[in-house]
Design a binder for this molecule. Structure first.
Ligand code: GTP
Ligand code: MG
Length: 138
């Protein structure tokens, strides 16, 4: 089994879509082994997205991610990283496959409802940024 890190983004928490998104994650075979609702500062969002620092949308992204509460999660399952990326759908909802979270719920390429780690190394770093070992109940 593998673990990955996930965020229900502000556009989704604002529209009460946390449950609907969790249902899709669970239906895909992912187990939510940790979850909490938090409200990031812009500086905290900036650290999380530091890899995108040079991208033109960095400031907008950090502004958005700190605009309202988010729900951070750890998901566990067979091939959890790939499985989660599949159920999330493409970054741009216009390109997302039918039935994916972003196809169904995302508003735009920026306000795209969910984040998921893209590799084992980033998953480990992202999980550790938000959760202590004691909070992961697998
Ligand atoms: P994450 O799981 O959130 O990391 O999405 P991703 O891996 O599919 O996309 P990527 O890592 O390339 O970009 C991170 C996030 O930046 C995206 O999920 C979007 O919220 C945002 N983003 C990416 N491209 C754009 C863009 O062109 N404009 C804006 N405003 N935001 C963008
Ligand atoms: Mg990414």
């Amino acid at each position: 089994v593998q673990r990955t890190f996930s965020i229900v983004k502000p556009d989704a928490t604002r529209r009460n879509l946390t449950g609907a998104i969790n249902a899709k994650l669970e239906a895909a075979g992912l187990r939510i082994i940790a979850q909490k609702r938090i409200h990031l500062t812009k500086a905290q969002a900036g650290v999380f997205y530091a890899v995108h620092k040079e991208r033109p949308f960095y400031d907008e992204l950090c502004e958005f991610m700190s605009s309202e509460p988010i729900v951070v999660q750890v998901l566990e399952g067979e091939d959890a990283i790939a499985k989660n990326r599949e159920v999330m759908g493409a970054t741009n909802p216009a390109q997302a496959a039918e039935g994916t979270i972003r196809k169904e719920f995302a508003l735009s390429i920026g306000e795209n409802s969910i984040h998921g780690s893209d590799a084992p190394e980033t998953a480990a770093v992202e999980i550790a940024y938000f959760f202590s070992g004691l909070e992961l109940v697998g």
